[in-house]
Design a protein around this ligand. Structure first.
Ligand SMILES: [Zn+2]
Length: 174
């Protein structure tokens, strides 16, 4: 292989490496700056989301960071759990209150749910509502967000509802 070919392929190779790294752990941290307004950071997060989307094609749902939290293999600040759902604080909060509600079932995203998941989807909304109430967000208000796929900057391929509260939100989201 010539030097010229090596140079041309370098950025592709480094992108492949990043994608492979993402595929192995599917985002090593529970970091989702999906609602960021800071341009530079946001672009970085959007790029990471794109790589996560590519990695998701080769991804095993049972290996995701969220499944490890469900199995208690890695610590998380769990605020609620039952036989179908778990809720825990996002380690990289984008609001004073930032909690994720996830199903125990490894559903990759909302668009991969089927009719048999209708009761589960309803349950997740109910859990989000109950957790928000427990966090004293009823009076001030809160926002629920589901990011689905690359354009929405979904960064972990396990369905999750973000509960965001404790500050004034803007509209439309970025
Ligand atoms: Zn998310």
């Amino acid at each position: 292989m010539t030097f010229c070919v090596l140079r041309r392929s370098r950025s592709f190779a480094s992108k492949l490496l990043l994608t492979a790294a993402a595929a192995l752990s599917v985002t090593p941290r529970v970091t989702m700056a999906e609602l960021c307004t800071d341009g530079g950071k946001c672009n970085d997060e959007v790029e990471k989301a794109k790589l996560a989307a590519e990695a998701a094609e080769k991804y095993k749902p049972e290996d995701s960071i969220f499944m490890k939290i469900i199995r208690k293999e890695i610590p998380a600040d769990i605020v609620y759990e039952d036989d179908k759902a778990v809720a825990f604080r996002d380690v990289n909060p984008v609001a004073p209150k930032h909690i994720l509600v996830i199903p125990r079932k490894p559903l990759m995203q909302l668009s991969s749910s089927t009719e048999e998941d209708i009761p589960l989807l309803g349950h997740l909304m109910w859990v989000a509502k109950s957790v928000a109430e427990k966090e004293n967000l009823n009076e001030s208000g809160y926002r629920l967000v589901i990011n689905n796929g690359r354009d929405a900057a979904q960064s972990v391929y396990h369905l999750h509802i973000h509960i965001l509260g404790g500050r004034q939100m803007s509209w439309p989201p970025g």
